[in-house]
Ligand binder design. Structure first.
Ligand SMILES: Cc1ncc(COP(=O)(O)O)c(C=O)c1O
Length: 400
């Protein structure tokens, strides 16, 4: 009989689970230990290559979470890290060497930009940054020593969508590795590995964990790459603490329902904002008039829980609005069950020059929302009340 393949809602809850009947705990035990006892020296040698040797190498709690992640991403394997940044740095250091070159899109997470532009050159790896959706620029930047195409989709904070098929085709043509930061999309909304991306990275801190209570990183990939990155993780020491791995695993059980609710809430809020007189522009790819809607709908199951918008006023108006909100807590980060609000020019894009920010479309009036799982009507009422602090100027919001 053909084996029934589970859908993602099932994988999120039951992924990584051994279905053999047994007497045992339903919840995965936390192996809160740094080391593992062996019976004799022979066994010690064999244990080195297992998840019961020393927790920097691996741990049975991690193994369950890693198997569940691999299933959700549709990949051969997955690895956990102490943070999203550790997942990025360890992977790049594992797979590239001095003399190699990376082509990376400009709109990537600030920490990755810093690592690429300030750290990698010290080790002889060059990076060329290109405009995110200008695929000719990606192609022109490729050199004989280029090894990796690095993208992020959707992007922060303008929620721009990168055409994954185009990136994969370009990489195939030049025999390059591809890596995506898929944090904003989650595997519920987007499965880049199945579209041919080699390395899928997430800041597990965000949607995977889902409760704003831990820091984590995730890489999903094919077996040979996972093995190389695992060895580097052991050397660089970026594995997670077992308790945090267990919390991540527990958070993952509700990933599908959380993300579905966040997709719905964010779309409702984007629609509300796009018809509000005090809003100049709304960035959310599933919005009806959004120029990237067709692409977003082709490669994503939902638009995700993050959106941004510009108030039709000054930077000061944007700050006052963010401070006036109650249900959206003024805090960086995203992806949790609680709604959050940030002003990108004061947080994620504070280190970038005003000129560069203007080029990217990150204005002083821009506000980013991470929409949680609260009731959408309550969230909209909170926004409507807070928008009263903005001095109105125009009539209709633009979408893009
Ligand atoms: C898109 C994206 N990628 C990577 C990171 C880095 O993840 P972490 O903070 O878990 O190291 C972040 C953090 O905000 C992020 O938003």
């Amino acid at each position: 009989m053909k084996r029934h393949k589970h859908r993602q809602e099932t994988e999120a809850v039951r992924g990584g689970v051994d279905f053999r009947k047994k007497n045992g705990p339903l919840s995965t035990p936390i192996y809160q230990t740094s080391t593992f006892e062996v019976t004799d020296s022979e066994q010690q040698l064999r244990a080195t290559h297992t998840d019961m040797f020393y927790t920097r190498y691996g741990n049975p709690t991690h193994t369950v979470a890693e198997n569940a992640i691999a299933e959700l991403e549709g990949a051969d394997g997955a690895l956990l890290f102490a943070s999203g940044m550790t997942a990025i740095t360890t992977t790049v250091l594992a797979l590239l060497k001095s003399g190699d070159h990376i082509v990376a899109q400009r709109d990537i997470y600030g920490g990755a930009t810093k690592f690429f532009s300030q750290w990698l050159p010290k080790y002889g790896v060059d990076v060329t940054f290109v405009d995110t959706t200008e695929y000719d620029q990606h192609a022109r930047a490729i050199r004989p020593n280029t090894k990796l195409l690095y993208v992020e989709s959707p992007t922060n904070p303008l929620v721009r969508v990168v055409d994954i098929k185009k990136i994969v085709a370009l990489a195939k043509q030049h025999d390059l590795l591809t890596m995506i930061d898929g944090t904003f999309a989650t595997p519920i909304n987007q499965r880049p590995y199945e579209s041919g991306i080699d390395l899928v990275m997430h800041s597990g801190t965000k949607y995977y964990a889902g409760h704003s209570d831990l820091i984590a990183g995730v890489i999903a990939s094919r077996r040979d790459l996972i093995d190389t990155i695992r060895e580097t993780r052991t050397t660089l020491g970026g594995n997670m603490d077992p308790h945090a791995a267990w919390l991540l695993l527990r958070g993952m059980k509700t990933l599908a329902v959380r993300v579905q609710r966040q997709n719905e809430n964010a779309l409702r809020i984007a629609q509300f904002l796009s018809s509000h007189a005090k809003v100049r522009r709304v960035h959310y790819p599933f919005l009806e008039r959004h120029p990237q809607r067709a692409l977003a709908m082709e490669q994503m199951r939902g638009g995700g829980g993050v959106l941004s918008f510009e108030v039709d006023g000054s930077g000061e108006d944007a700050r006052r609005l963010a401070e006036a909100l109650n249900l959206f807590t003024l805090a960086p980060s995203l992806g949790g069950v609680d709604s959050l609000v940030t002003i990108p020019v004061l947080t994620s894009h504070a280190m970038i020059s005003a000129e560069q920010r203007a080029k990217m479309g990150v204005t002083d009036q821009l506000i980013r929302l991470s929409v949680g799982i609260e009731n959408a009507d309550d969230l909209i009422a909170d926004l409507e009340r807070a928008l009263a602090v903005v001095t109105p100027v125009r009539q209709h919001a633009e979408v893009g």
